[in-house]
Design a protein around this ligand. Structure first.
Ligand code: ZN
Length: 442
């Protein structure tokens, strides 16, 4: 079992809880320049970098593979793209920002007037210095994204347009990392890996999931853990299609995204709304005295859309700070390395770690002395826990655990009903077990 003493905020073995923020940020810096999409070399390069931290299994699923109602698309790769003006000057250059090209743009090599080029140009007039992020995965098309300011400087005339890309049969790649525990039942952590140089939407989730997996690999675990690094949408659809018989083992899951901005946390509930993860997340945030807005499920967003589709209806929610689409920098060049900060990443990491610890420590026990209260004083349980300012809460925790441990209430039930931090309840249960007053229900 993971050490739930950590839930008290006592990170005794992590000398500096903030140091993780720097590690998360460094990984984001390393991944940031890579041009990722839902397939292609950038995605494999990303998975290769993650493999240096965790022993990732990389799956390649051939283009054309049928996955439920979808087909794994052709693989897209890009080497260069630009628009040159009449004087031969590059006015839009993929080499400067991979956001300049609409993801999945087909190859182009032609001269065209501004009028005919214009339908292929995307800008953000409300943020004239930012480059938008656009994709055209499932319709063969092409386009460039540029700052509105640059667009306004473009004069009538002829432009040379070149996109050196390929859209060919290849593979869709995703990464999977499984950490076996005492039980075969699983906790699923999933994040999308399909965005190019965007820091919060994409890289923050990748970094937190990777380093969380790395840390959990060194700890004893009751549950097994499965980490998925998949291109958004098609990746989780592909995984679900290939693992349909396996999903019954998932007891709780979290989709991680947008975890590096300075905003408050947001948790979007699973479709069922009352599963283990839907209770563990609010409890962990209550215990950490950290704000977290709770949103009901909606069939829009990240891969929880697929995990919570009615044919699966898995207990999977989504944890974010500011949700996608709710910060102006979302899907623009302003979601960059200045937008995500190490302290915010560190806080996100610890909240995820606490949620996992809470899930892993949750058990259902039976009071072996249910007829009236057992005499705690003679066992040294009352006096020994006094002194500290939390003494009374800890005594209360003993009484709550003894009273509600009838084989029906889990430690999470007891924490919710008593209003006590989960760690107090879990620690009390451990002490009572030690004194043979409790027994774990098989
Ligand atoms: Zn996105």
């Amino acid at each position: 079992m993971l050490n739930h003493a950590k839930l008290n905020g006592l990170y005794a073995d992590e000398a500096e809880p903030e140091a993780i923020g720097r590690k998360l940020y460094d990984l984001i810096v390393e991944l940031y320049p890579i041009c990722r999409s839902i397939s292609g070399a950038g995605q494999r390069e990303t998975l290769k970098i993650l493999s240096r931290h965790i022993d990732l299994t990389i799956h390649d699923v051939p283009s054309g593979t049928q996955v439920f109602d979808w087909t794994v698309p052709k693989e897209w790769n890009i080497r260069d793209a630009y628009i040159k003006d009449a004087s031969g000057r590059k006015i839009v250059d993929f080499g400067e920002s991979n956001l300049h090209i609409v993801s999945y743009s087909v190859p182009v090599d032609r001269r065209m007037s501004l009028v005919s080029l214009r339908p292929h140009l995307f800008t953000l007039p409300e943020h004239p210095d930012w480059i938008p992020y656009r994709t055209s995965y499932y319709r063969e098309d092409w386009g460039f994204c540029l700052s509105h300011r640059k667009f306004l400087e473009m004069k009538e005339g002829e432009y040379e347009v070149r996109i050196d890309s390929s859209l060919e049969n290849g593979a869709l790649s995703y990464g999977e990392y499984v950490l076996p525990g005492e039980r075969s039942e699983e906790i699923l952590i999933s994040t999308h890996i399909c965005h190019p140089s965007l820091a919060n939407d994409n890289l923050s989730g990748i970094a937190v999931a990777t380093l969380l997996a790395k840390q959990l690999s060194g700890l004893p675990r009751r549950y097994s853990y499965r980490f998925l690094f998949t291109p958004g949408g098609i990746g989780s659809i592909t995984w679900l299609c290939r693992n349909e018989r396996h999903v019954g083992k998932i007891r709780a899951g979290l989709v991680l995204a947008c975890l590096g901005d300075a905003g408050d946390f947001t948790y979007k509930r699973s479709r069922r709304g009352d599963t283990l993860i839907d209770r563990a997340v609010p409890q962990a945030f209550r215990d950490a005295r950290t704000n977290c807005e709770l949103l009901p499920f909606s069939p829009y967003g990240y891969d929880e859309r697929q995990f919570c589709s009615p044919g699966f209806n898995l207990p999977v929610g989504c944890l974010m700070r500011t949700p996608h689409g709710c910060f102006p920098e979302y899907h623009t060049s302003a979601d960059n390395l200045s937008f995500v900060r190490p302290p915010a990443l560190a806080e996100s990491f610890w909240r995820c770690r606490e949620i996992v610890e809470l899930l892993d420590s949750n058990r259902t026990l039976v009071n072996l002395n249910p007829k009236c209260e057992p005499q705690l004083g003679k066992r040294g349980l009352y006096g020994s826990i006094g002194g500290a300012s939390d003494g009374r809460s800890r005594e209360l925790a003993l009484l709550w655990v003894l009273n509600l441990s009838d084989g029906e209430n889990s430690l999470m039930d007891i924490a919710e009903r008593s209003g006590l931090p989960f760690a107090f309840v879990a620690n009390a249960a451990q002490e009572l077990e030690h004194h043979a007053l409790l027994w774990e229900k098989a």
